[in-house]
Design a protein around this ligand. Structure first.
Ligand code: MN
Length: 130
């Protein structure tokens, strides 16, 4: 089996590097997007198994990018890529808002490296909203 492909949408280079390093060390293939527009495009083009979406992005934000990814998927073959919000907003209401927006889960920044690996494994296995 080939390594699961994970699309990371993140505009902060330091955050991107940390997430990429952790995921690649864990054996995943990482696809990078630094804007919501690129995230939408690469979600369609690359068909990743999981999408990690920063909520706060310049231009199109993470919630709008999620909406467009979902719309774009409707015409396809029932594929159901989990899209997980990754954000520094740590309040309970922000978490609730992300889930209400249709995200399949929520990860807080700064990430906890060990916990992050477990979370990613869980999302790939279909255990959402952890
Ligand atoms: Mn950001």
């Amino acid at each position: 089996m080939t390594a699961p492909r994970i699309l990371v949408v993140e505009d902060n280079p330091k955050n991107m590097k940390l997430v990429r390093d952790v995921l690649e060390y864990a054996g995943y293939e990482v696809i990078e997007a630094t804007s919501g527009e690129d995230g939408v495009r690469l979600a369609e083009l690359e068909r990743p198994q999981l999408i990690l979406m920063d909520l706060q992005l310049p231009g199109m934000d993470g919630t709008e990018a999620l909406r467009r990814i979902r719309v774009g998927r409707d015409g396809r073959d029932g594929q159901d890529t989990p899209v997980v919000a990754v954000t520094a907003l740590a309040m309970d209401e922000d978490r609730a808002r992300a889930l209400a927006s249709g995200f399949d889960g929520y990860v807080e920044k700064p990430i906890n490296v060990r916990r992050f690996r477990e979370q990613v494994e869980g999302f790939l296995a279909g255990r959402s909203r952890q």
